[in-house]
Design a protein around this ligand. Structure first.
Ligand code: 8HG
Length: 302
């Protein structure tokens, strides 16, 4: 079977995909966009998304990707889109590589793809991310899933789905606090209520343009511009957004602006320089900046 030049072969417990370009599991799962993928000893990653557990291994030399614990139907209905396999990242990289800084950043994270994650999960995950470090964010999301998600067994181990708003509807603030997200827990509780009572409609927001979507998301307490932009980029296909966290601020100032500037100027710079590819540029830069500790002056990996 074939889809978009990808050759799909069924094996006993999953699929082998051949002719997959620009796909590196480490780059995809460790660039900073997602929090629920665990590296395994064999270089593969296991994670939960869309209520399923899968294991993913990439072989960049042979342009091969192995998906374990799945089937053709789920590939067509979930994973093809989740991994953004219909998009030509070669083209994006070619365009962005005209810029010498991005050229280097792209060489570093050449197999990054922007996952199409679930808006609800991204809303809660990025509320948790505010002023937080990635391992702590991952821990809180894991705890919330263990407490309220559904268990799924894979390979003799229990994984948990990310809980739906309905599954979280009975949770009191004191229960949510057990996920150890501190002051953000009250925002999680408010977000649950706003989604359940329809004050916020993520499907509707997903279909808006970036500026209108941001405006809507900002109505949720605990969602500032950066959090809104992350949600939009990682689950709503708003590729013209440029989420500015501390790393992106540092790397943009360090390489391009050469001075400390207000957030607004960074957004204006990105719009001008990268246009509709700003979100992709941002992720190559985010991964590069964090791994190389660009401009941190502290030698500290956040
Ligand atoms: O992929 C990301 N891009 C940007 N710009 N910010 C991110 C990403 N992932 C991620 O966790 N963040 C934010 O960075 C959230 C949090 O404020 C901080 C964690 O390093």
């Amino acid at each position: 079977m074939e889809r978009k030049n990808i050759i799909i072969k069924e094996i006993r417990n999953g699929l082998i995909l051949d002719n997959v370009h620009d796909f590196n599991a480490k780059h995809i799962f460790e660039c900073g966009q997602c929090f629920r993928w665990r590296p395994e000893a064999d270089g593969s990653y296991t994670g939960v998304a869309f209520g399923k557990v899968i294991n993913v291994k990439s072989d960049e030399v042979n342009k091969r990707v192995q998906l374990i614990n799945t089937n053709i139907q789920d590939f067509n209905e979930i994973w093809f889109d989740y991994f953004d396999l219909g998009r030509d990242y070669g083209e994006i990289k070619k365009k962005l590589s005209e810029d010498p800084v991005l050229k280097v950043a792209i060489q570093y994270g050449e197999g990054i793809r922007i996952l199409k994650q679930e808006p609800w999960e991204m809303l809660i995950s990025y509320i948790i991310s505010a002023n937080n470090r990635i391992p702590m964010i991952a821990r809180s999301i894991g705890l919330l899933s263990e407490m309220y998600g559904q268990p799924i067994e894979y390979n003799g181990e229990i994984f948990y789905t990310f809980p739906t708003p309905e599954e979280l509807s009975e949770a009191e603030l004191c229960d949510i606090q057990k996920c150890k997200a501190g002051f953000r827990c009250k925002y999680i509780a408010q977000a649950i209520n706003m989604v359940l009572d329809g004050t916020i409609d993520l499907d509707y927001i997903k279909n808006l343009d970036a500026d209108s979507a941001r405006e809507e998301l900002l109505k949720v307490p605990g969602v500032g511009v950066k959090v809104a932009d992350c949600i939009m980029l990682f689950s709503m296909e708003k590729y013209d957004t440029y989420p500015v966290d501390v790393w992106i601020k540092r790397v943009t100032e360090h390489f391009y602006l050469h001075e400390d500037v207000p957030m607004k100027s960074i957004h204006e710079f990105a719009r001008e320089k990268f246009g509709g590819l700003a979100g992709f540029a941002q992720e190559y830069l985010f991964y590069y900046a964090r791994e190389m500790k660009i401009g941190s002056g502290k030698g500290e990996l956040q």
